[in-house]
Design a protein around this ligand. Structure first.
Ligand SMILES: Nc1ncnc2c1ncn2[C@@H]1O[C@H](COP(=O)(O)OP(=O)(O)OP(=O)(O)O)[C@@H](O)[C@H]1O
Ligand SMILES: [Mg+2]
Length: 286
């Protein structure tokens, strides 16, 4: 099972003075079970790429195809594809508008013509998944915190039981606790078998959570590999206007200043282990 983009080119506002080719001959596949981050400079094409994964955008005519579990996305099947491949927009809570949290979560089920009982079951199950207190379901969305609103919006996508979940900057604009909760949620969904592809501007979140990183640069794929492989290329990333995790910089500095043979580090837990090892070996005195 996979989502495959084959030679996709996409142009916004073609044949106008504002024409912009946002993706240029991109081929990429995501296998089921992946936990993948998409990073890239502002305007590089990340959102345009992600929106091709479930047919929110379609390639230019005769300029590529997208396949979900072997089936090509067409105008005809795109609505079914979107049930299987859920998409959480950036700031998804801006699209909550029902009187209660329950109704907002249930909104995505309208098309499925389920009984009231089935709708209730699905909403309760999805609320439990995102760790949303049942007592909040009859409240107005406006009474919730930022992090809770975000989880309600994600719940409204999960309620259709998608196999793939795409998220455009799911942690942006939240406080540190809210960000941590969202990343924890994505991890737990992935542990339960859901394929996750998320866009992020936080290299720390990416290094700590993703198992694969795809860098989008100027409408193409710049790099594609494990976080470890990708974040090794600090100079290249800098030339693309991208950063590396804070802990990577810290250990790069330590390597240069101490002259010690310090390996490349991308997560805090690795950094802690390394410091303990260096101390135990007497190579680092703190
Ligand atoms: N609706 C649109 N109409 C015209 N051009 C657009 C539209 N949306 C995006 N673009 C242009 O296409 C390019 C890629 O945009 P995209 O939104 O995919 O980038 P991004 O990597 O998601 O950026 P950001 O980090 O700011 O979200 C940019 O040059 C952008 O200005
Ligand atoms: Mg974007």
């Amino acid at each position: 099972m996979s989502i495959v983009l084959e030679n996709v080119t996409f142009t916004y506002m073609p044949k106008t003075p504002f024409e912009k080719t946002a993706l240029n001959d991109v081929s990429l596949s995501v296998e089921s079970g992946e936990f993948t981050a998409i990073i890239g400079h502002t305007g590089s094409g990340k959102t345009t790429l992600l929106q091709h994964f479930n047919g929110l955008l379609m390639p230019d005519k005769n300029k590529g195809s997208v396949y979900v579990d072997g089936e090509k996305i067409t105008k005809k099947n795109v609505r079914d594809v979107r049930m299987k491949v859920g998409y959480v927009f950036q700031y998804p809570e801006h699209q909550l508008f029902e009187e209660t949290v329950f109704k907002d979560i249930a909104f995505g089920l309208k098309r499925l013509k389920l009984s009231d009982e089935e709708i209730k079951e699905r909403v309760l199950a999805a609320a439990k998944t995102v760790d949303l207190d049942e007592a909040l379901l009859e409240r107005s969305v406006f009474e919730l915190s930022g992090g809770e609103k975000r989880r309600v919006a994600i719940c409204g996508v999960l309620v259709t039981n998608p196999s793939y979940l795409l998220l455009d900057e799911p942690a942006s604009g939240l406080d540190p606790a809210g960000k941590r909760e969202i990343m924890k949620l994505l991890k737990s969904l992935n542990d339960r078998g859901m394929t996750i592809v998320f866009i992020s501007h936080s290299m720390d979140d990416v290094a700590e959570n993703a198992r694969r990183v795809v860098i989008v640069n100027d409408g193409g794929i710049g790099l594609d590999g494990t976080p470890y492989e990708v974040f090794k290329n600090r100079e290249l990333l800098t030339s693309w206007g991208l950063d590396v995790p804070e802990v990577t910089k810290l250990f790069d500095d330590l390597r240069i200043k101490s002259g010690l043979d310090i390996p490349h580090v991308i997560t805090i837990s690795e950094g802690v282990k390394l410091v303990e090892k260096l101390k135990a070996e007497g190579r680092l005195k703190l």
